[in-house]
Design a protein around this ligand. Structure first.
Ligand code: UDP
Length: 424
């Protein structure tokens, strides 16, 4: 089966997309349909972040034209997006999708506050993250929120789900002769308006080269189609080959990041809090990483000191360390746990170096596989005549450059780790 074209997407739903025929409130059947569409995509391991508008409940501009203070009216609009986000969260969870709502305006009883790195972690764990409360600032829109969050979390694309199936030169509901666009440049959005998104959002997308796919949410299956790279709706600012390069680079970068992460949890001679990353202690029935229940410090290069926030956790943490594959016996005085990192034996060092090299080689193979996949896409586009022969050559060169860069990166990372292990 074909692989999804995108790894991480931001789905922008207008508030109206949640409402029924009258454009107001929330229609539960529609909500469920949308939840199922998101689930379908999430099931294919595509990371989905969602930004929902609030136009089905309240629009700031409408309030201010009636004499209300614009900022106040906008804050009301932001709160409306929270209502929609919670409704969507409920619908998704009913379909068995793990979700988190993060709000730009703190309301901890209701949802997490927006924390970029945390949002990324949720996505990596396969949770759907719903960004509520807009940007947290008046005078902005949820389109701008989608563009901003997409840039922040380095999403590959923004999927703009609308009530119309594409971008037209005039409203197709009023003008039956309206002309449909299949591709547009960012500048077209900025110069001609076109009602896709406001200019702040469009320029953010342009500056950060985030492609946008505009499509109709009323036709079921469109979210999946968009993610699979099928031609639907209107595509803005996408250059197919640049996309291939961008995605290849981000996948290569992730390969190196994973390797680095993997290395940090390998015990060399030196003490580092990362050693405890994979150690989970029982926190009143919940397996919890130690760094989430204690302060970990490194007073000396071979000593880790764990200071649990709750004294009752001392025995649990000790137990977890003993059970782990760290091979270190913790010493505690009832308040603090000390972990002395023993010097490694010569034999152990050699074994570890072997593991380091093996992991590095796996990384190199992954990078080469990514090169092959990207090359195939360029060759395919060349065959179909989507790119000229010269362009294809240039892209193949660019892909080779990326490959060289990331393989060199792996070499450097592996060399540094090996040095660390051999250090006496
Ligand atoms: N809003 C805001 N700042 C933001 C996002 C939203 O002030 O960063 C307010 C604004 O009043 C807007 C309302 O929230 O009219 C609802 O959002 P939007 O109109 O973008 O919703 P949609 O049209 O997508 O339903």
């Amino acid at each position: 089966m074909k692989n999804p074209q995108y790894k991480r997407v931001v789905l922008k739903l207008s508030g109206e997309a949640l409402s029924g025929e009258n454009g107001y409130g929330i229609d539960h059947n529609i909500l469920r349909t949308i939840a199922l569409e998101v689930k379908e995509v999430n099931d294919r391991n595509v990371e989905v972040a969602i930004v929902v508008g609030g136009g089905n409940i309240w629009r700031g501009v409408a309030g201010s034209t009636k004499g209300m203070d614009r900022a106040t009216a906008d804050y009301m609009g932001m709160l409306a997006t929270v209502i929609n986000s919670l409704a969507l969260q409920d619908a998704l969870e009913k379909e068995g999708v793990d979700t988190r709502v993060q709000t730009a305006i703190e309301m901890r009883e209701v949802a997490e506050p927006y924390i970029r790195r945390r949002a990324i972690r949720h996505l990596e764990k396969g949770r759907v993250v719903i960004f509520a409360g807009g940007t947290g600032n008046p005078f902005f829109s949820t389109d701008t929120t989608a563009a901003l969050r997409a840039a922040e979390i380095e999403a590959d694309v923004i999927l703009m789900a609308k009530n119309v199936d594409a971008v037209y030169d005039s409203d197709p509901r009023i003008n039956p002769a309206a002309q449909k666009f299949t591709e547009l440049k960012y500048m077209d959005l900025l110069k001609n308006g076109l009602g896709v998104m406001d200019s702040t959002a469009a320029s953010l997308c342009m500056d950060n080269q985030i492609p946008i796919i505009v499509f109709g949410i009323r036709d079921t299956g469109n979210v999946l189609k968009a993610v699979m790279g099928e031609k639907i709706g209107t595509v803005v600012g996408r250059n197919q080959m640049n996309d291939v390069l961008k995605q290849t680079e981000s996948k290569m970068k992730r390969t190196v990041d994973l390797l680095v992460k993997d290395y940090t949890t390998m015990r060399a001679g030196r003490a580092t809090p990362a050693l405890l990353e994979k150690v989970f202690a029982d926190y009143y029935g919940t397996p919890t990483p130690i760094n989430q229940m204690a302060t970990i410090s490194v007073p000396e290069s071979r000593l880790l000191v764990i200071q649990p926030w709750d004294r009752n956790m001392v025995p649990q943490i000790e137990k977890a360390i003993l059970k782990s594959d760290l091979g270190i016996t913790p010493v505690s005085d009832g308040n603090v746990i000390r972990l002395a990192i023993p010097t490694l034996t010569e034999e152990k060092r050699k074994d570890l170096v072997k593991v380091v090299n093996k992991k590095a080689e796996e990384g190199r193979i992954a990078i080469r596989n990514l090169r092959r996949e990207a090359n195939d896409q360029v060759k395919d586009a060349d065959k179909k005549g989507d790119v000229s022969e010269d362009e294809a050559k240039r892209y193949l060169n660019d892909i080779q450059d990326l490959t060289d860069k990331y393989i060199k990166n792996i070499d450097q990372v592996a060399e540094a780790k090996e040095k660390e292990i051999l250090e006496i």
